[in-house]
Design a binder for this molecule. Structure first.
Ligand SMILES: [Zn+2]
Length: 268
């Protein structure tokens, strides 16, 4: 694959040793470099050479952790070897390495793929078995530690990662300034999500910035409070979203000041 990385990725060192890597589709990854190891958080679609890009930034061994098992986070996993994911999302991740599924996915991107992109290689890509992480697991990068905070809701195996030294929370798709998607086949009910974000909120004093899986800039932690009270109100029937057509079918959409949520009536 000889895709020009500069055409596909947008790279920005947002803090000392923390790189924001977004791709053309709006999927974000983050590279966090420590003294002895680096941690890559999510891998995007894998439609360009993320491994080369990451290798040009850090020469340290790389652990790769997935905030959850959706394809826009795990489909680049085949470019790496030391993978970590919460066990509840392993099956979901593996589903996106089934040849037929990958054939369907790649069709969506046909228009934007470079002429020398090897569809065959991408469709046939395989991953090494991921190691499980659970709540409280620590990635020790030397002078920097990142803690796993479980956050089931968007998917059963969704996690956030807390960079303890930098007071930064990497939230994947669990906390966004964009709508949090709780209307997907893989979504748990809103009650589960509410319990999860309350759990994340118990660490509120430990971070002052959220870096999400799809926003192009840092997210204000104020979204957590808005979602806790908003989702409670939805569950109690005090407020209700408006029906909207989304990429994933009709959903009830409710907009708060700094964030939003999409959900289904049956997914309360
Ligand atoms: Zn997702």
């Amino acid at each position: 694959m000889s895709f020009k990385n500069s055409e596909w990725f947008n790279l920005n060192e947002i803090k000392d040793g923390v790189w924001f890597i977004s791709d053309k589709t709006g999927a974000n990854c983050y590279l966090v470099e420590g003294e002895t190891k680096s941690l890559l958080i999510d891998t995007g679609w894998g439609l360009a050479n993320l491994s080369d890009l990451v290798g040009s930034i850090t020469s340290l061994p790389i652990n790769v952790v997935f905030t959850h098992g959706h394809p826009d986070h795990v489909n680049g996993a085949f470019q790496f070897s030391d993978l970590y994911i919460k066990s509840e999302d392993v099956k979901l991740m593996e589903m996106f390495y089934i040849k037929e599924t990958r054939k369907q996915i790649i069709n969506r991107f046909k228009e934007i793929l470079p002429s020398d992109f090897s569809i065959y290689d991408w469709v046939n890509a395989q991953i090494t078995n991921p190691s499980p992480v659970s709540d409280g697991y620590i990635f020790d990068l030397g002078n920097r530690k990142l803690k796993v905070i479980e956050c089931p809701g968007h998917t059963a195996g969704s996690i956030c990662l807390l960079d303890i030294r930098d007071e930064t929370l990497f939230s994947g798709d669990s906390l966004l300034a964009k709508p949090v998607l709780m209307n997907l086949e893989t979504s748990m009910g809103l009650k589960t999500y509410l319990k999860s974000i309350k759990h994340v909120n118990t660490f509120a004093d430990d971070f002052n910035i959220i870096l999400s899986g799809h926003d192009d800039k840092p997210v204000d932690p104020i979204v957590i409070g808005e979602l806790i009270s908003g989702v409670s109100d939805i569950i109690q029937g005090k407020i209700k979203g408006k029906i909207e057509k989304t990429r994933f079918g009709d959903a009830l959409a409710y907009k708060f000041e700094h964030t939003a949520i999409n959900y289904n009536e049956e997914g309360l």
